[in-house]
Design a protein around this ligand. Sequence first.
Ligand code: GDP
Ligand code: MG
Length: 439
Amino acid sequence: LGRRINAAVSDLSRSPTLDEKAFDGMVKEICNALIESDVNVRLVASLRNSIRRAVNFKELGPAVNKKRLIQKAVFDELVKLVDPHAEPFKPRKGKANVIMFVGLQGSGKTTTCTKLARWYQARQFKSCLVCADTFRAGAFDQLKQNATKAKIPYYGSLTQTDPVVVAREGVEKFKKERFEIIIVDTSGRHRQEQDLFDEMVQIQHAVKPDQTIMVLDSTIGQQAEGQSRAFKEAADFGAIVLTKTDGAAAGGGAISAVAATHTPIVFLGTGEHMLDLERFAPQPFVSKLLGMGDMQGLVDHVQSLKLDQKDTMKHIAEGVFTVRDLRDQLQNIMKMGPLSKMAGMIPGLSNMMSGMDDEEGSLKLRRMIYICDSMTMKELDSDGKLFVEQPARITRIARGSGTSVREVEDLLTQHKMMAGMAKQMKGGMANMQKAQGAM
Ligand code: GDP
Ligand code: MG
């Protein structure tokens, strides 16, 4: 998708007459690319209008700026769609927070239940699992296995066939035992769809969840909208977890689902392993969807400034990008200014700083550097995985740097996105360096 959108934009800047007709053609091409990556057709139509409104063609400057402006308009509109500006659910310590999962069979509920329980467990919430899927043979066994591996207490029954009873008993038991996060897994299939929806509503009444999460398989494409709409009507949910984002799925379906249900995506499933769970953030998600992190632009600019970039350049050529590389880049931005222009070159950062003036922006950057400075050598030179495996490090760093856990997590998200791009650029950069005979 990103390639097609970039191609459409490049065609425009190459076209001899930069007229409005060429611009319309480009917008059309971008919209076709979006529809092909499963963004709902009606949404794309309204997106087209917003892009036209956002980009005043006659007032655009030279071709290069045009390209950036148009890309940014597409990016901003997609971010707006995927960011419903709803506060995500925050569980309270010392209280029983009941979270119920719904979603079709195979979407990844049981897998994600364990991931989420483990996520909260690692953040000092006493967490447990209840298996209310009595429909599928083997459902309880699967949950038991996952839970045992993750050392999460669980509840289920091999003899009780009424899922409402199992759910109620499990939640009551764990409430008495003062668990703080009680996650209820449910069935995703019935002989009749209506039976499934009835069952969901009954379980909701029985356990009164503080949050209901719908698990959505990102590989189902255009069906995402209809499916999430049907679930929303049957059993209102307050959040979406999007699974299997590690696959080749286009991801546009998720945008449609959010727009149709006005419900935020809170986590992404990024693999089959227990640790493959990431907090969702709109900007990196859209960047990835569009393939548009302007890593190349940053590299070009930094080279033209002749700053000491040897290590970072060498790393990127090898497909590596450490936390230290991010720190060096932030430091360079501080040196180079004006900030608003420079930050725009780092994918994700421009949006994080939009609406801030240069002073606020540089305060934000300084805080990010404080975070890096509270890291150990090992952490700075890491690829970031050790923070996932040992989240206690995040708390320590937040405390050490006088920032918040959220800020440290944001920085790590930023790093992860750039590391992913460095990996993608590996081949390209190596060739570029050879050609330039540099370094
Ligand atoms: P349920 O029927 O909704 O409970 O779905 P399961 O949790 O049993 O998952 C169905 C399949 O999807 C299993 O093979 C999981 O390993 C797989 N799965 C779940 N989440 C992810 C993910 O984020 N990435 C990948 N690659 N596979 C996943
Ligand atoms: Mg299941």
